[in-house]
Structure formats: structure tokens, C-alpha cells
Design a protein around this ligand. Structure first.
Ligand SMILES: CC[C@@H]1C(=O)N(C)c2cnc(-c3ccc[nH]3)nc2N1C1CCCC1
Length: 308
């Protein structure tokens, strides 16, 4: 087992049953998957069921400030309540003396970041297919009053069947009532909505719609619309809505029109998820058959990609 730190390769979870009996559940810690925030992530195998999961191991030492602990508890509370084919499955969580362990659905094809790095940019057919899965998950999230607030390629995980699974609910929030506005500044610089930067009138579901527009542009063009070498300049370009479609990338009018309709500064002017799905971009000639739900379809790389 690739175990590049001094922790044991067998992790034990102590379970106290209602009748006071103590049971031990064991997991074998496999390969190191990478770092995610304070967490070191490993492949876990349940010794009892052999089931493989991706484990986020959060040292309790990193949770001494109550804010960090509260954030982790909110992430767990929100994520474990969600069940959708395009949202990362929340398997289990437990703690021992040193760490909090969060066991999540293993996504062996990593994230859309790695995919885009390899492919440079996707075909419009693939973008239709991946975006419809993201929209299906977002429709579910918003109908449960959850705003993700950190939608980006690095949080779009890919299963072994190349289905998209939205993950990392570390910045997510659940509204208590319709119409509630959130004020905390958060998100990732390239994907953050102007109203979050502005911070005056609060923000809501529309921040996820904005990020969807940034994701669509990034998949179609190969880089984010407002990206610059320094964050302050990126923020200024977001507030100014300063982006354009590069001449050297052949894009259909429908794809440019969709991105343009989503990346509008005024959140009340952005399209709803339904309006986006009904946009011509998803209904132009080479469309995925409507009959199948989006997540059952692996997104076919187009013939041109196979020739490349
Ligand atoms: C566990 C954290 C995070 C994650 O949230 N998931 C769902 C995930 C699933 N499979 C994988 C995975 C399977 C095979 C490689 N990575 N990775 C995931 N990650 C990565 C680990 C390192 C940074 C983010």
C-alpha cells in the first residue's frame, strides 16, 4: 500500500451499539489520492464489505478553531443529505482520536480539470452532454434549497463510466427559506460571481448559474473567460464583465449566445436552469437522444477527437 506517512495502514472505527456493545469496523488505507484543503485523501477498502471509497482524512488538529469545525460539520450535514446520480455519493463518516474520516464515492477518472488538460477543449456535443448532467444535479440541489457556491472543473469528478459527479460541498450553504440572501464572500477566483465580489445585496442560487456559464466557456474555449495572472485583475474583469471569444476557436452562434446569456452581471437577468436546457445550444442538430436521462450516457468524444 502506498502509505507515504507514518499513520497505520489499518484504520479502525469504534462503534458503540444501542445495547452498549462495542464493535470495530476496519478499513485498509490504500494509495494516496492527493490533498484536498486540510485533508489528505486515500483510497479506502472496507475489510467487511471490500467496498472501495475515497477517504478525506481531516486532522482534528486543523479543527481547533470553532469556525473550521463548524464548516466541516456543515459540509457533512449538507453532503450526506444529497442523493443524485450526478452528485458524489456520501458513504460514511466517523472519527477517532486524531482525525475525522469522510468516505466518499470513488471517482477513478479524477476531475474535469485533468480531462480538459489532456483534451485542450471539448467538442460542443461533449459540452452538451456534460453540462446536461451538471444541470440535472444543480436542479436537484436548488430544489433542496442548497447552493453549491464553488462549481468549477476541479469539483466535477468523473466516475469509471465517465459520468460527472459534483463534489466538495465545503462552500455549500442551505437556505432556510425561499428568498433568503447569503452574504459571506466565498468561491474560487476564476468562477466567482460579480454579486459575491460586490457583497452589497447578498447572493443566492444565481451564483451557481454564473459558475455554470464560466464552466461552459472554459470547456468550449479551453481556458476560463476572466483568467489573468493575478487575482485582483481577474476580479476587476469579472466586475467589468470583460471577456471575449477568441477568434481562433470555431464556436457555433448557439454556444456563444448561451454563454453570453448566462454571464450577465445582474443576477436577476440570468436564465433559469430550465431556460438554459431549452436553449438552442442543447437542441441544435447533433443532439443527444432526449429519451435517455443525461447521466446514463457516457459523453462520446466526437469522431474528430478520435482522428486527432
Ligand atoms: C476525496 C476527496 C476528493 C473527492 O471529493 N472525491 C469524491 C474523490 C473521489 N475520487 C477520487 C479519486 C479516485 C482516484 C483518483 N482520485 N478523488 C476524490 N477527491 C480528490 C482526492 C485528492 C483531491 C480531490
Amino acid at each position: 500500500m502506498a502509505n507515504n506517512d507514518d499513520q497505520p495502514a489499518i484504520i479502525e472505527e469504534k462503534i458503540v451499539r444501542v445495547n452498549g456493545e462495542v464493535a470495530i469496523r476496519q478499513y485498509s488505507k490504500g494509495r494516496f489520492l492527493g490533498k484536498g484543503g486540510f485533508a489528505r485523501c486515500y483510497e479506502f477498502a472496507s475489510m467487511e464489505t471490500r467496498k472501495l471509497t475515497a477517504a478525506k482524512i481531516v486532522p482534528k488538529a486543523s479543527l481547533t478553531k470553532s469556525r473550521a469545525k463548524q464548516k466541516l460539520m456543515t459540509e457533512i450535514k449538507i453532503h450526506r443529505s444529497l442523493h443524485h446520480p450526478n452528485i458524489v455519493g456520501f458513504e460514511h463518516f466517523f472519527e477517532d482520536a486524531e482525525n475525522v474520516y469522510i468516505l466518499l464515492e470513488l471517482c477513478t477518472n479524477q476531475t474535469m480539470n485533468e480531462l480538459l488538460r489532456r483534451r485542450k477543449r471539448l467538442t460542443e456535443l461533449e459540452v452538451q452532454c456534460y453540462l446536461s448532467q451538471v444541470i440535472s444535479a444543480l436542479t436537484y440541489l436548488h430544489s433542496h434549497r442548497v447552493i453549491h457556491r464553488d462549481l468549477k472543473l476541479g469539483n466535477f469528478f468523473l466516475s469509471d463510466k465517465m459520468e460527472i459527479k459534483i463534489g466538495d460541498f465545503g462552500l455549500a450553504t442551505k437556505l432556510e427559506f425561499d428568498g433568503e440572501k447569503k452574504r459571506t464572500i466565498c468561491g474560487t477566483p476564476n468562477y466567482i460571481a460579480p454579486e459575491v465580489l460586490d457583497g452589497k445585496q447578498g447572493h443566492s442560487y444565481e451564483v451557481d448559474i454564473w459558475s455554470l456559464g464560466v464552466v461552459a466557456y472554459t470547456l468550449l474555449v479551453g481556458k476560463p473567460p476572466f483568467e489573468t495572472s493575478d487575482v485582483k485583475t481577474t476580479y476587476r474583469r469579472i466586475r467589468m464583465n470583460a471577456y471575449s471569444f477568441p477568434e481562433n476557436v470555431p464556436l457555433s452562434e448557439a454556444s456563444k449566445n448561451l454563454v453570453t446569456k448566462i454571464l450577465v452581471t445582474d443576477p436577476t437577468k440570468r436564465p433559469t436552469l430550465t431556460e438554459i436546457l431549452n436553449h438552442e445550444f442543447f437542441n441544435q442538430g447533433n443532439t443527444i437522444p432526449k429519451t435517455l436521462p443525461p447521466s446514463t450516457l457516457a459523453c462520446p468524444p466526437s469522431a474528430s477527437y478520435l482522428r486527432q
